[in-house]
Design a protein around this ligand. Structure first.
Ligand code: SF4
Length: 474
C-alpha cells in the first residue's frame, strides 16, 4: 500500500487522542446510528437476505479460488472491446502507469470518481508530483480534498465533518481550486450541494481525462461497474475523452448473473437504499459515444499475499459497503483517522495489515483495534468473519515479537510451569492469600500498567480455593 498515512501514530495513541474530540464523537455517533438503523430496516425488507448473503460469499470465494482464470478472461474481453489492460504489482508501478497515461494525453488535470483503490496507492499525490492536478468529484471526497484532510469512512469520507465545518471549508477553499463558493453561503444541505454542483460542473465540462475505480468487473464481458448516488461518477465516466480505471484484482466477478446478487446487497448495506440512484456500466470503448480511449489498470499491491493466507483471504470478499464501520463501537468512538489507512473500521483492521504487512507499529496495532463483539460479522453482506481474522492476525503479530509480546510470552511460559507443578501452585496461592493486603491495585510497567488504568485487579481470597475444597469437600 502507499505511504499516504505514514507518520500516523499507532492505533492506541491515535484513538486515545481522537476520543477526546467531542465534536468528532458527536458527528460520528449521529451519522453511524442514523445509517445503521436505516440499513437494518432496508435489509429486513428482504425475506431472502440470508440466502443473498450466502450467495455473495460463495461467488466471491469461487472467484478468488479461480482468480487467475477470471483475470485472463477479463483481460481478453476488455481488449476485444477496445480497452487496454495494464498490470501493476504494487502502488508505485500503478502510479507510474497512470501518470504516464495522463501525460501521453498532453493534459495536466483529471477528474476523479471516488475510488478507494486510487487512495490506497496514493495516486493524487503521485499525479501532483508529476504536475497533474486531480480533482475529486464525489461530494464527500471534495470536502476532504478542499479541507486538506483525510477520508475517515469508506462510504462517507467526510463523516467527521458537520454542516458548519463544510460551509467554512467551501467558503475558504473553493476559490483556490476553481469557482468560488457563492456569497453568503449558509450551512443548509441544499445550498452546500448547489455550491458543490456549480464548482464541479465547470471541471466536468473541461476535463479530457477521467479516473475511476470500479465496484465490480464482469469477467465474461469485460464490463466495469460503478455504483454511486450523486451522478458525478456518470459525468466522469462519460464526458472525458480518455478514461483510466484503477481496480484491485479482487473486484472481479464471473458473470452478470453474479452481479445481480451484489446489486441487491450492496446498496442496502451501504446507503440503506433498495437500489442506488446511479449504476454505470461500460465495456471497452464505443465509436462516437463516451471516452474513445479506455485503460484498465489492475493492481495487486498485497492482494496475492493476502490470498495465500487461508484465514485472512476472506477479507478479499469485501465489497466496501461500510456496514461494519457503522455498527462498530470502536470506530464510533475513535473515528476513521485513527486506523492510519484508507480502509478504516473493522475491515481496515484486517485488510490494511494484510495488504501492507504487520512490520510497522501502526499495522501491528490494527488487529487489536476491536472488542471482538462480532457486530461487524453480523452485518457483513458477504459474511466475512472479521473477529476470526482479527484473532488470526493477533497471533501473527504476537509471533513476530516486540517488547509487549516478549513480556506476555514470558508470563505465559511462567504460568505454564507453575500450572505444571501443583505443589508450587498451592504454595504460591497460599503466599498470595496471606499477603493480599499488601497487593497493589495497579500493575507496574507501561503495558500491564495501561491495562489496569481502567480496571481494578481482583482481590485475592483470604483462603485459596484448593485449601477450602480440602476442608469442605474431601
Ligand atoms: S467487511 Fe463486509 S461489512 Fe465491512 S465493508 Fe466489507 S463487505 Fe461491507
Amino acid at each position: 500500500m502507499s505511504g499516504t498515512f505514514v507518520g500516523m501514530p499507532a492505533f492506541p495513541k491515535a484513538a486515545h487522542d481522537a476520543v477526546r474530540n467531542t465534536t468528532l464523537r458527536a458527528n460520528l455517533k449521529h451519522a453511524t446510528h442514523t445509517i445503521r438503523d436505516k440499513r437494518a430496516r432496508a435489509v429486513a425488507e428482504l425475506d431472502d437476505w440470508a440466502l443473498l448473503r450466502e450467495a455473495g460469499k460463495q461467488i466471491k470465494d469461487h472467484t478468488l479460488r479461480h482468480l487467475d482464470t477470471y483475470l485472463v478472461q477479463l483481460e481478453e474481453a476488455v481488449t476485444a472491446a477496445g480497452g487496454i489492460v495494464h498490470w501493476a504489482s504494487d502502488a508505485d508501478e500503478a502510479n507510474r502507469i497512470v501518470t504516464r497515461l495522463v501525460k501521453e494525453t498532453g493534459e495536466s488535470e483529471v477528474v476523479k470518481v471516488k475510488s478507494m483503490a486510487t487512495q490506497e496507492i496514493g495516486l493524487n499525490e503521485a499525479l501532483e508530483e508529476a504536475g497533474i492536478a486531480a480533482y475529486e468529484t464525489d461530494l464527500a471526497e471534495l470536502i476532504v480534498q478542499l479541507g486538506h484532510d483525510r477520508p475517515s469512512h469508506i462510504l462517507v469520507p467526510a463523516i467527521h465533518r458537520n454542516r458548519g465545518e463544510i460551509r467554512d471549508i467551501f467558503t475558504k477553499e473553493m476559490g483556490q481550486w476553481g469557482r468560488p463558493a457563492p456569497e453568503g453561503l449558509t450551512d443548509t444541505p441544499a445550498e452546500l450541494a448547489e455550491a458543490a454542483r456549480l464548482h464541479l460542473r465547470e471541471k466536468f465540462l473541461r476535463a479530457k481525462v477521467g479516473i475511476s475505480g470500479a465496484n465490480f468487473m464482469v469477467a465474461a464481458t469485460g464490463t466495469l461497474v460503478v455504483v454511486e448516488s450523486e451522478g458525478n461518477g456518470r459525468m466522469c465516466l462519460t464526458l472525458p475523452e480518455t478514461l483510466i480505471s484503477v481496480v484491485g484484482i479482487e473486484k472481479i466477478i464471473p458473470t452478470w448473473r453474479d452481479l445481480e446478487v451484489f446489486l441487491q446487497t450492496l446498496p442496502r448495506s451501504s446507503t440503506a437504499e433498495r437500489m442506488n440512484p446511479y449504476t454505470s456500466m461500460w465495456t471497452g470503448t464505443t465509436d462516437t459515444d463516451g471516452p474513445q480511449a479506455f485503460h484498465l489498470v489492475l493492481i495487486d499491491n498485497g492482494r496475492t499475499d493476502t490470498l495465500a493466507d487461508e484465514v485472512g483471504r476472506q477479507a478479499l470478499r469485501c465489497i466496501r459497503c461500510s456496514a461494519c464501520l457503522n455498527v462498530c463501537p470502536v470506530y464510533e468512538r475513535a473515528g476513521g483517522h485513527a486506523y492510519g489507512s484508507v480502509y478504516p473500521g473493522p475491515i481496515g483492521a484486517i485488510l490494511s495489515p494484510q495488504l501492507r504487512g504487520t512490520a510497522s507499529e501502526i499495522d501491528a496495532s490494527l488487529p487489536y483495534a476491536s472488542s471482538l463483539c462480532g457486530a461487524c460479522y453480523e452485518v457483513c453482506p458477504v459474511a466475512i468473519d472479521i473477529p476470526e481474522v482479527l484473532v488470526h492476525l493477533r497471533e501473527k503479530v504476537a509471533d513476530q515479537g516486540g517488547p509487549g509480546h516478549r513480556m506476555e510470552k514470558a508470563a505465559i511460559k511462567a504460568a505454564g510451569w507453575v500450572l505444571d507443578h501443583p505443589g508450587a501452585l498451592a504454595a504460591g496461592e497460599r503466599v498470595a492469600s496471606r499477603t493480599r493486603k499488601l497487593h497493589p491495585k495497579k500493575l507496574p510497567g507501561p503495558g500491564a500498567g495501561q491495562w489496569t488504568n481502567s480496571r481494578d485487579l481482583p482481590q485475592m481470597p483470604a483462603e485459596p480455593f484448593r485449601d477450602w475444597w480440602k476442608k469442605n469437600r474431601t
